[in-house]
Design a protein around this ligand. Structure first.
Ligand code: NAP
Length: 332
């Protein structure tokens, strides 16, 4: 029997959470039985969208999220001691895992060979955010060379990869970022036009950057800004609804938005929700391709690493405020 530290919900989220919503407890982790193993967290992901599941969880339950961890004790020959894995164990320093038990919920994968790069990449560009960007763009937006692609939340872990892959595919890429620092970074990644959507008149900005209209819109945000963008889409444009950052804090009390149906009808748009969970069969193939682009310097990434498991809530609140570009990671 070993001990683990776990962050749990001390107070239910009501709007934007604060540090008082979280409490650190100690849990006991049993020794592994046949088929099981114990792993220790090395890196944990904190993502704004994880709050959308946490605000529905009962008091005292563990905060959920992905982590990269190392197997330290095992009764499963497929996972010898030292194996690096990624899994959905939540904000836990140590977990007991049975790969056969509820494999869907565990989202268990081995970290691929990253040729000496930090395994934390499996939580960002080489993990769910990267694969979401790649598959969502290809499968829903179906970009063709010469298309104009617009990316909201462009400086995030997902959006930054979307824009770079759209450039690889020969598209013109426009990104929305929420600060000067984010916009500067996006320009350095090769985005053709970048706007701080909080400061510009969106219609003017899009008319000048996309005088011939937008063909593909990869949306992580939703709400009024996204409805505005639809007015600038071309006939038969494709919209990948990959996230809805503007609405996660509202829970069941979603505000009514301007209706997108007029633009959808008259421009014959395809607006399709996307979930990376439907891409399991192509996950490894997709990140192999992303890794190749990284090594060719065609896909770059940014990680903000905060040290210390006790910093989880602070890091999460930083992510929620959207001040940081790229992926926020906590290193244990
Ligand atoms: N579909 C899938 O399978 C899948 C998988 C993984 C993630 N996702 C989604 O992808 C989206 C982006 O994920 P990420 O990891 O790249 O996170 P992220 O970019 O760090 O997400 C947060 C960003 O959204 C932007 N944002 C715009 N309006 C906002 C608002 N009203 N409230 C809060 N944030 C706002 C902020 O950036 P700016 O201020 O710069 O705009 C903020 O930094 C999330 O919505 C997530 O749910 C989807």
């Amino acid at each position: 029997m070993m001990k683990a530290k776990t962050w749990v919900i001390a107070k239910l989220f009501d709007g934007e959470p604060t540090e008082s919503n979280f409490r650190l407890i100690e849990e006991e982790v049993p020794s592994p039985k046949q088929g099981e193993f114990v792993c220790e967290a090395l890196y944990l992901s904190v993502s704004p969208y994880e709050s959308s599941s946490s605000d529905k969880a009962p008091l005292g339950s563990a905060l959920m999220g992905h982590q990269v961890s190392r197997v330290t004790d095992t009764k499963n020959s497929e996972y010898p001691v030292g194996t690096l894995i990624q899994c959905y164990s939540g904000w836990r320093s140590r977990s007991l895992i049975n790969p056969k038990e509820n494999p869907e919920a565990l989202k268990l994968l081995k970290v691929p060979n990253l040729a000496g790069k930090e395994p934390s990449l499996a939580l960002g560009v080489m993990g769910i955010p990267g694969v979401t960007a790649y598959r969502g763009l290809l499968e829903v937006c179906e970009p063709k060379a010469g298309d104009t692609v617009l990316v909201s939340g462009a400086a995030g872990a997902v959006g930054s990869v979307v824009g770079q892959i759209a450039k690889i595919k020969g598209c013109k890429v426009i990104g929305f970022g929420g600060s000067k620092e984010k916009c500067d970074w996006l320009k350095s990644l090769g985005f053709d036009h970048v706007f701080n959507y909080k400061e510009v008149n969106l219609d003017d900005a899009l008319t000048s950057a996309a005088p011939n209209g937008v063909d593909c819109f990869f949306d992580s945000v939703g709400g009024e800004v996204s409805c505005r963008v639809l007015q600038h889409m071309n006939d038969l444009g494709r919209v990948c609804v990959s996230g809805a950052m503007s609405s996660y804090n509202y829970g069941d009390k979603q505000p009514l938005m301007p209706s997108p149906f007029h633009a959808c009808l008259y421009k014959r748009l395809k607006i399709q929700g996307f979930s990376v969970s439907s891409c399991d069969a192509r996950f490894e193939e997709s990140r192999t391709q992303i890794f190749k682009w990284m090594n060719e310097d065609k896909v770059k990434y940014k990680e903000e690493v905060q040290e210390g498991f006790e910093k989880m809530p602070k890091a999460f609140l930083t992510a929620l405020k959207g001040k940081v570009a790229g992926k926020i990671i906590v290193k244990v």
